[in-house]
Design a protein around this ligand. Structure first.
Ligand code: PLP
Length: 420
């Protein structure tokens, strides 16, 4: 057999197919190298710093000496390494094993999964809840299961990537309204009157700017135009609102928001997992139709144990959430007094607006030199000219941690001309 005109000797069938496989791999590598080079060339390469300790306000990072003050985790309440959360995870691991080796509907549902779903719906004051392996999955699984080509979905243009992907998967008519622009949303709701169901989808709090969706206005437009309201509460659950229930509690519209998706991977223990909570009929439908739920493994017991304890702690007292609020105010007011511009409204995501990408990057590097871990964001993650350093406050930062961070920003900001 002659494998290729280039070869002047005959090959067996086996040799020939392995030659083809190697040629295909070489071609793939060529394509991938070009793609990777274009990412490097565009300056958007993401590298990962390696943490060698537990997640928390003080961490150890490979390549940096001593303890680093961490201001860039979504560990808003400090529960990622809370001793009771860890103990509860360990107990669940001991009692219920490492994992289920199954999806929920085959043989992957334990009583702890049902108990956690009940606790989540009680926490959010909704009828029922369903767990997913992540909130990305919850967002990927809801729109396709719920909406048909007869329906419409109206989505804020700055919604999280997982909402965008979830909407891509569904066959409903799609409308994208300008960020928090209620005039634009109303115009799109008017156009969408011709469809059967209308669903407005928005992040409760937006993670790049720390700004909060105008839920009061969204809900009143939804009432006027007979639409449902869906919110993604990943950056709100556990700490926004007087009892940490989220953006809907903060803005007094818990009874008007129909569906809440959120994560267990940020404030609620920080391990992993996501969920949808809302009307029972919707949750029943998701258990039948939602593909990431049906075709992916059950949450591991240790993860369920951690999240369950995190919710217990929050339902016992709002002290942790309130402590985060006080620390956020301290950071925002001290930074403003130092002359920095911080975007967003009272959210623990505190973007320090710097403008130029290079400035954000050198300031973040210099902060790390001073033992403070923050991350710069620039185009294309945020618009051109709006580069920033996103600082995230946690309930477990001490006042001294906050003050050290402000002092370092002031010093480094002056050095690089970001402050007079
Ligand atoms: N939605 C928002 C707004 C997020 O910020 C994230 C995570 O970054 C997700 C969804 C996905 O959550 P998870 O990490 O649970 O998949």
């Amino acid at each position: 057999m002659w494998c290729s005109r280039l070869l002047s000797y005959p090959l067996s069938w086996g040799q020939c197919s392995s030659y083809r496989a190697r040629a295909a791999l070489a071609q793939l590598n060529h394509v991938l190298e070009a793609e990777l080079e274009s990412i490097r060339g565009a300056g958007t390469w993401k590298s990962e710093r390696i943490i060698t300790s537990k997640q928390g306000p003080h961490i150890h990072v490979e390549g940096s000496r001593g303890e680093i003050l961490n201001f860039c985790a979504n560990n808003y309440l400090g529960l990622s390494s809370h001793p009771e959360v860890i103990r509860s995870g360990l107990e669940a691991l001991e009692k219920f094993g490492a994992g289920l080796s199954s999806v929920r509907f085959i043989c992957g549902t334990q009583n702890i999964h049902k108990n956690l779903e009940e606790k989540i719906s009680r926490f959010h004051q909704r009828e029922d809840a369903i767990l997913y392996a992540s909130c990305f999955d919850a967002n990927a699984g809801i729109f396709e299961a719920l909406l048909t080509p007869e329906d419409a979905v109206l989505s804020d243009e700055l919604n999280h990537a997982s909402i965008i992907d979830g909407i891509r998967l569904c066959k409903a008519n799609k409308y994208r309204y300008k960020h928090m622009d209620m005039k634009d949303l109303e115009a799109k709701l008017q156009d969408a009157q011709k469809h059967r169901l209308r669903l407005v989808a928005t992040d409760g709090a937006f993670s790049m700017d720390g700004d909060i969706a105008p839920l009061k206005e969204i809900c009143s437009l939804a009432q006027k135009y007979k639409a449902l309201v869906f919110i993604d509460e990943c950056h709100a659950t556990g700490f926004l609102g007087p009892n940490g229930r989220g953006t809907d509690e903060l803005l007094g519209v818990m009874d008007q928001v129909d569906i809440v998706n959120s994560t267990l991977g940020k404030a609620l223990g920080g391990a992993a997992g996501g969920y949808t909570t809302g009307p029972k009929a919707l949750i029943d439908l998701l258990r039948q139709r939602s593909r990431p739920y049906l075709f992916s493994n059950s949450l591991p017991p240790s993860v369920v144990g951690c999240a369950s304890k995190a919710l217990d702690l929050l339902m016992e007292s709002n002290a942790i959430a309130q402590s985060m609020v006080a620390k956020t105010r301290r950071f925002r007011s001290k930074m403003a007094a130092a002359g920095f511009s911080i975007s967003g409204n009272d959210h623990p995501i505190c973007p320090v607006m710097l403008g130029e990408a290079r400035l954000a990057s050198v300031i973040a590097d210099d902060m790390l030199e001073r033992g403070i871990y923050v991350i710069g964001f620039s185009y294309p993650v945020v618009p051109k000219g709006k580069a920033r350093i996103r600082v995230q406050i946690s309930a477990v930062h001490s006042e001294d941690d906050i003050d050290r961070c402000v002092e370092a920003f002031t010093e480094v900001g002056r050095k690089h001309g970001a402050l007079p």
